[in-house]
Design a protein. Structure first.
Length: 437
């Protein structure tokens, strides 16, 4: 057990000195595995690697990534943002509301946080600066909108979580639906309230937007917004109804994105090559971490790690609420130093047996874990969402402004977590009603 207790500190040291997370997991796994398996360590690690590489559910991840990459590279996402801007621009803080709405829609189409945030950031930053929005509100809105890729189905995180926890992917995605919508509603309500109290300075851009005829708005809506919604409904509907597996639903989404490209006249071999390049890069990164994380957890268990965690929980004498709070705090703290993939891979195999043994609904708990992971994206100093934004932000948008901008949205995510914790039916009612109907 002493070796298992040292594995996490060793992992954090390697991550903090700048070694990639997948390599850090592999090195620690090999070192700790040698202590228990001896010369057979590599045969044991290969078995973990092979089981991760042949997991059929995880095959959905590249397809979801490809769907989002095609929509972004083909310019369809840009058309969608223009529609949101035209319809929502007259609201107080309307452009920020449009950015959140765009993040929600594209999150449902892509499911990958970094891809969603970078895409909406590249479109929203110039537009919001043109309309004289403050840098802090701009940064907070884009980070919050991009982070919705975690909560809005189909989420890549949910696919991986369900696979590791041996749960139904459809159940977990359904459980995230109402909490995700609640979070979006809270974001929009805050932005509108902010716009009423501190409205942005009026510019010529406001008048240009108001001058667009209703006919043009309706035409753009029919040609840009409705096809995307139809694609999302087809993907989620087939998955939640049990008609298609996660991989089949994701493949349907990728095919639908290609058909939309062709319909809009945006399809080209160069566009497809760029989308495939993005897909290979992101998928390889995620799946390599999955394989390394599987090796890490296998070695951790072989060294008595699972028993160590179980003994610690039992010794603490925590009740059901105490176990949930303790585990959620661990997930939140790990979110400061680990990528979401590693966070899920480390925590889910450890927590799931204890959660089930305590009689806690795994779907409800899984929903809360995913909310906490999303919150950790925005929380400084190691906020992934801020780092994504920093890579595309103009020089006049400082790190301090970004940190200030995300604070209200962090508070709203915590409110969402508390509502789900106090009223479990928000997460558990929908899966009971529609999954496999």
């Amino acid at each position: 057990m002493s070796i298992a207790a040292l594995m996490f500190p060793a992992l954090f040291v390697l991550v903090l000195v700048g070694i990639p997370i997948s390599l850090s997991l592999t090195v620690v796994s090999a070192g700790a595995g040698f202590m228990v398996f001896g010369e057979n360590v590599f045969a044991q690690l290969y078995g973990s690697f092979y089981s991760a590489a042949t997991n059929f559910i995880l095959a959905a991840i590249p397809m979801f990534v490809l769907m989002g990459a095609i929509l972004e590279r083909s310019g369809i996402a840009e058309r969608l943002f223009k529609v949101m801007q035209l319809w929502l621009g007259r609201l107080p803080g309307g452009l920020a509301v449009a950015t959140i709405a765009m993040g929600a829609v594209f999150a449902a189409a892509a499911g990958v946080v970094g891809a969603v945030e970078v895409m909406i950031g590249m479109m929203a930053i110039p537009a919001m600066q043109r309309f004289r929005y403050s840098n802090s509100l701009t940064a907070g809105t884009i980070c919050a909108g991009g982070s919705l890729g975690t909560m809005i189905p189909p989420s890549v995180i949910a696919v991986m979580y369900a696979s590791l926890a041996q749960m139904s992917v459809g159940e977990l995605l359904a459980a995230m639906m109402f909490p995700g919508l609640l979070m979006i509603a809270l974001f929009i309500a805050f932005i509108i309230l902010h716009g009423l109290i501190w409205p942005p300075e009026k510019t010529d851009a406001h008048e240009e937007m108001r001058a667009v005829p209703l006919k043009d708005k309706l035409q753009l809506t029919l040609t840009s917004l409705l096809p995307i919604f139809a694609l999302i409904v087809a993907v989620l509907g087939s998955l939640l109804a049990g008609v298609a597996s996660p991989t089949e639903a994701a493949s349907l989404g990728a095919l639908g994105a290609i058909l939309l490209c062709i319909a809009y006249g945006r399809f080209s071999l160069s566009m497809l090559r760029e989308a495939l390049t993005i897909t290979v890069r992101i998928s390889a990164m995620i799946l390599l971490i999955v394989a390394a994380g599987t090796m890490f957890m296998g070695t951790f268990a072989a060294n008595g790690g699972s028993k160590l965690i179980r003994n610690a929980v039992e010794a603490a004498g925590l009740g059901e609420a105490g176990i949930i709070i303790f585990f959620l705090i661990i997930v939140f703290l790990l979110g400061f130093v680990l990528d979401w993939t590693a966070n899920v891979l480390i925590c889910v195999p450890l927590f799931t047996p204890i959660i089930r043994q305590a009689g806690i609904d795994p779907v409800w708990f899984g929903t809360m874990v995913i909310i906490v992971i999303q919150t950790s994206y925005l929380t400084p100093p190691m906020a992934s969402s801020i780092f994504y934004l920093k890579s595309i932000a103009p020089p006049d948008m400082t790190y301090g402004q970004m940190c200030k901008g995300v604070v209200p949205f962090i508070a709203l995510q915590i409110v969402t977590l508390l509502v789900v914790a106090l009223f479990p039916a928000i997460a558990t009612w929908l899966p009971d009603q529609i999954v496999g109907f």
